[in-house]
Design a protein around this ligand. Structure first.
Ligand SMILES: Nc1ncnc2c1ncn2[C@@H]1O[C@H](COP(=O)(O)OP(=O)(O)OP(=O)(O)O)[C@@H](O)[C@H]1O
Length: 701
């Protein structure tokens, strides 16, 4: 017993090391805390990334002081907002910037809007199957004034639940989350088809957590005690998420508290996150300080994959916007004429009605036919745009085939401007290779890549042809627009009967309907192209993953042959990789379609045995058992599907053999099928484009 106590004492007194990016003392100024921890996040937000900074620690340790501060010594929230406004002002004139903010608190597991506290408790909703968490009805204020932000923050902080406790005179009894969204829209010239209208947005979360507390120390009772229990429960959930993420767990439970649901992205998603851990030097807070230091150390080991949020809106959206804008201008012009015609009703009454009637009929016919012509040209432009985009996708697919071929032949792939020139140079490379190695597989490979280059060069010619047609159509539309405008100018002085006004109203309605129709068409087209683009992206990512798998396999083989010791950190990485592959197969089944998720599941860890040890079933390579390996540190065993089934639910079966789409890279036979498949899809898309679009038929006609 004594021994136990002694060893416990020894353990408690032995120093422990924790690692952090920065340590600041109690005398550090607010400015140095901000500069050392959060200032760099502002530029990330401007660059379109998500970021979070949160203050963690025991009650009374100084979290609110760091995050909120006072008017004399403002904290991180105010300083970051100030810097965001400064940075936004320095952006170029071609960018529209919108800054919106919201401020909420989680008190006793209820969400309150701090910018509109009277609205009561708000609901938390999972959108896109839990990928996006939203607070319904939360006030979002759009502002670009620092003064207004200060006022809003002050107002929000006043509404926050703060009570005196034995540990802190002004103890925050809630978690406060300030969210700032910076949205930038790049203005693009409507006439330049190569430009893209891009939207970049970055979101910054700044969080002042309630402090963890021990009932014994705070001497809280009744309501305070209940609040403390809620605070501790949500902080425990946060700690569990951090521990799971730091350990590379395949499943992280964010659902235990509203705090972790809201912080899901900040903790393990697309977000740069800073944790400011507050520790008190007081002996009474020893246990709390130890916990805080431990969690901060773990959080330091969590690696998030951060991506820029650039919504690459296809350039033709701006084209549509311009067309719809044109139509709207015409609508308002016609409306004005309707108004004017009311006043001019009496002035034109002396004109003989028979002459006027025939003149107006002619004018009306001219206006109607000019309008019809305009609409025809607009539709033609849209179809040309759609076709051009389709050609771009088809070209991308051919590039994917070529890059895959070149990577297999150890050639660095570079896209040159002149694909025809590229093609001829590749033809000679192909010839050389053919003379060196004339196996059947290589011949099929080479034929595939030659066909890809041929199609690419045809696509490139088509692109040029369509771009030319587009330029001509645009010129025709411009002159037609001018003709319509001058015809409409003749209208006000001539209209004075109800019949004529009715005609004008009818034309107005037609214009309005055309504008609505165009809006719907543009939305549909954008969605279609986005889908096609994502499909292509999936293909590319899988290719990259296959190459990585191949590299790992070969490296492992070299290590195995050389009987090299496997370092522990590498072993951990293998385990993480394995978990990641399985987690992706199960958790992401709702992100991509079932066949893709099955594909991920079926492509397990790269095999460690030689290719001649592989059993082949239905063209899918299955690694044989690694138990006979002479490794000193055996590599982690790959769980059989049945084992996983017990833990994670039923196994996802492939709809089609994934190897048909994504064969192992070193399996030439499968690659041949893959290339042919990809080439067939690309070529079908290309054919369909020509066959199915109106412009395709028009051109043929
Ligand atoms: N670095 C500092 N310099 C000066 N005063 C500080 C500093 N840190 C904290 N304080 C003061 O200590 C008191 C407690 O700090 P604060 O309210 O920020 O703690 P907290 O961690 O937010 O506590 P709780 O979790 O209970 O809300 C406040 O009066 C605050 O002004």
């Amino acid at each position: 017993m004594l021994d136990d106590l002694e060893s416990d004492k020894l353990k408690r007194s032995s120093p422990r090391q924790y690692f952090y990016d920065l340590v600041l003392g109690e005398d550090s100024s607010q400015e140095s805390v901000y500069e050392g921890t959060s200032k760099s996040l502002v530029q990330d937000i401007i660059n379109g990334y998500n970021a979070t900074v949160f203050a963690y620690g025991a009650t009374g340790a100084g979290k609110t002081h760091t995050m909120v501060g006072s008017s004399e010594e403002p904290g991180v929230m105010v300083r970051a907002l100030n810097d965001i406004f400064l940075a936004a002002r320095q952006l170029s004139d071609s960018v529209d910037v919108e800054v919106t903010m919201s401020y909420l608190e989680i008190y006793n597991e209820n969400i309150r809007d701090l910018l509109s506290p009277s609205t009561g408790y708000l609901e938390l909703r999972d959108e896109s199957r839990g990928r996006n968490v939203q607070v319904t009805g939360l006030t979002e204020v759009s502002t670009n004034s620092t003064e207004e932000v200060m006022k809003l923050l002050h107002q929000g902080n006043k509404a926050r639940t703060v009570e005196p406790t034995a540990a802190n005179e002004t103890s925050s009894r809630s978690h406060a989350l300030l969210s700032v969204l910076v949205k930038q829209t790049m203005r693009s010239s409507a006439r330049d088809i190569r430009r893209r209208a891009r939207i970049k947005q970055g979101k910054l979360f700044m969080i002042d957590l309630a402090g963890s507390e021990r009932a014994k120390q705070t001497k809280n009772q009744g309501k305070r005690l209940q609040e403390g229990a809620h605070i501790n429960r949500s902080l425990l959930a946060l700690g569990n998420c951090i521990t799971a993420l730091a350990g590379g767990a395949r499943y992280v439970n964010y659902r235990d508290s509203k705090l972790t649901r809201l912080l899901k992205d900040a903790l393990g998603g697309n977000c740069r996150t800073v944790m400011i851990a507050h520790v008190s030097p007081a002996a009474i807070h020893r246990e709390e300080s130890k916990n805080t230091l431990m969690y901060a150390d773990r959080a330091n080991r969590v690696t998030n994959k951060v991506e820029q949020n650039v919504l690459d809106v296809n350039y033709h959206v701006s084209q549509y916007r311009d067309m719809i804008g044109d139509l709207k201008n015409e609508i308002s012009r016609l409306r004005n004429k309707m108004g004017n015609s009311e006043h001019e009703k009496t002035t034109d009454e002396e004109t003989p009605s028979i002459t006027r009637g025939s003149e107006l009929r002619i004018l009306r016919e001219k206006i109607v036919s000019a309008f019809k012509e305009q609409m025809r040209l607009r539709r033609k432009l849209m179809e040309l745009d759609s076709h051009l985009l389709g050609l771009n996708i088809a070209a991308e697919q051919q590039h994917a085939i070529i890059s895959h071929w070149e990577s297999r032949n150890n050639k660095l792939y570079k896209v040159t401007k002149d694909s025809a020139q590229r093609r001829s140079s590749t033809d000679s490379q192909v010839d050389e290779i053919e003379t060196e190695d004339s196996t059947e597989e290589h011949e099929v490979d080479d034929i595939t890549v030659q066909q890809a280059w041929t199609e690419l060069s045809e696509i490139s010619k088509e692109q040029e042809r369509y771009a030319e047609m587009r330029a001509i159509t645009e010129r025709e539309l411009e002159s037609c627009r001018q003709r319509s405008a001058s015809l409409e100018d003749e209208l006000p002085s001539r209209i004075n009967s109800d019949e004529e006004r009715e005609l004008l109203a009818l034309m107005l309605r037609v214009h309005e309907l055309e504008a609505d129709k165009m809006m719907l068409q543009s939305e549909r087209l954008v969605k279609q192209h986005e889908l096609r683009r994502r499909e292509l992206l999936l293909l590319r990512y899988d290719r990259q993953r296959q190459i990585s798998d191949e590299i790992i396999t070969r490296q492992r083989r070299i290590m195995e042959d050389g009987k090299m010791m496997l370092p522990n950190d590498l072993q951990e990485l293998y385990i993480m990789y394995q978990q990641e592959i399985h987690a992706a197969a199960y958790n992401d089944s709702n992100l991509v379609d079932l066949s893709v998720s099955s594909m991920l599941f079926n492509n397990r860890l790269p095999p460690i045995t030689r290719s001649d040890h592989f059993d082949t079933v239905d063209d899918t390579r299955i690694p044989s058992s690694s138990t006979d390996s002479d490794w000193e540190f055996p590599l982690p065993a790959i769980p059989e599907p049945r084992e996983i089934e017990n833990v994670m639910g039923p196994t996802v079966r492939p709809l089609v053999s994934p190897s048909v789409f994504f064969p192992p890279i070193s399996n030439s036979a499968s690659n041949k099928i893959q290339d042919n498949k990809l080439r067939r899809v690309a070529s079908e898309n290309f054919m369909n484009l020509s066959k199915n679009t109106r412009i395709g038929r028009l051109l043929k006609g």
